[in-house]
Design a protein around this ligand. Sequence first.
Ligand code: ATP
Length: 439
Amino acid sequence: MRVAMMTALNDSIDRLKTTYDIGIVREVSPARLRVSGLRRVAAQGDVVEVSGGGGLRLLGDVEAMAGGFLDVVPRGLTKGICEGDRVLHLGRDVFAPDDSWIGRVLDPFGQALDQRPVRQGAQERAIRATPPAATSRRGFGPRLETGHAVFNTFLPLAKGQRIGLFAGSGVGKSTLLADLARQVEADLVVVALIGERGRELNHFVDHALGNDGLKRAVVFAATADQPASARQRCAHAAMTTAEFFRDQGRHVLLLVDSVTRLAEAHRDIALSRGATPGLDGFPPSVVQEISQLAERAGPGAGDAGDITAIMSVLVAGSNMDGLIADTLRGVLDGHVVLDRGIAERGRFPAVNVLRSVSRSLPDCASDSENAVMAEARRALSQYSDSELMIRSGLYESGHDKEIDRAIRLWPLLDDFVGQGTGMTTADDFRMLERILATA
Ligand SMILES: Nc1ncnc2c1ncn2[C@@H]1O[C@H](COP(=O)(O)OP(=O)(O)OP(=O)(O)O)[C@@H](O)[C@H]1O
């Protein structure tokens, strides 16, 4: 531990600069600064610091160079920055996760959002790493305990699996993600909160996740008021940190909330660079952005651990066919749909079992467990097919034995799906069998 700390300290000292090259701000806009005077020293991807009036300090990333000027993407708001302000060339963009980040709330650049100093790790990591080669990766590991009956049974989450959580606004997505962050079996949790309001971030960290949840988590946040570049980087910073812990052999649970906000940030950046939007408003490159991120999660290779990922997607009116929802569904290993109708009648988590799929099945469950799930799903589906008739009083009891049984089972199964009591998978399956035996 002490050696690691000394190495990290030495590394930080090595990175310290004693002299700085200085440039000048020539043009200011909310999304971009044009800087002169650093043409021969700055490279693409380097970091600069703009010193505005009244002690204002703004970091920015060198995005492009042309005609002797640098195009700098600011990491914060450019309000207060003027033409003629000084620009220090800080050097390479260093992102070096560290064990001490566990329990912290950080911005996408690895700086503190909780007002305490942050130690940088010994090793820099690329913020956009390539995933392990597909052929060298393991398959899914064992089914994880999740503390939720529905995920322990109908929609299992296996080690290294990546699933999407598809939800409209206000149907309990954040509460469920925080619950999973606290309860899913993992060595640690890395969370990316992208484009939330500041109030939602505080609520998530202080109340939903709480002290116990935060103890084993690293939370990255870029709120809605942050520039698109920071919101986009938030997902990649979280993934890079998850990879750092994965490479130590640990099992990481990664939560990205939400991929929709990542896609919107990517769109804003791409359109400002002149990309052409498609019919849905997103540039075609958004598909690659999402797919590449998703591909970095999953089972590890060799001695590395695994990254189990849950990525949320905002769907308007349960429309699963939008570009982002459709892309993510294609690249992930399962999707869970939260249903507004279910949330409105007060059953949480508002998971619609019939519209959700886990691709770790059938392999991660035994034959008898698969048979129990198939029987329960059949009953739910029979009830759903006849629900309109049943609710409008058009169905006459005794007409169809299977529908009669589905009507008896439905409230019991619905109640079961809503249970998040921290029971084990074995207990949950026993309970499901008991429910099926009652009717
Ligand atoms: N497990 C639960 N038990 C009881 N009520 C819940 C539960 N989960 C969510 N709710 C109710 O749903 C509301 C919305 O929950 P939450 O903020 O988690 O939804 P969201 O989908 O993340 O919302 P937004 O889209 O606004 O971020 C909560 O304020 C609460 O009233």
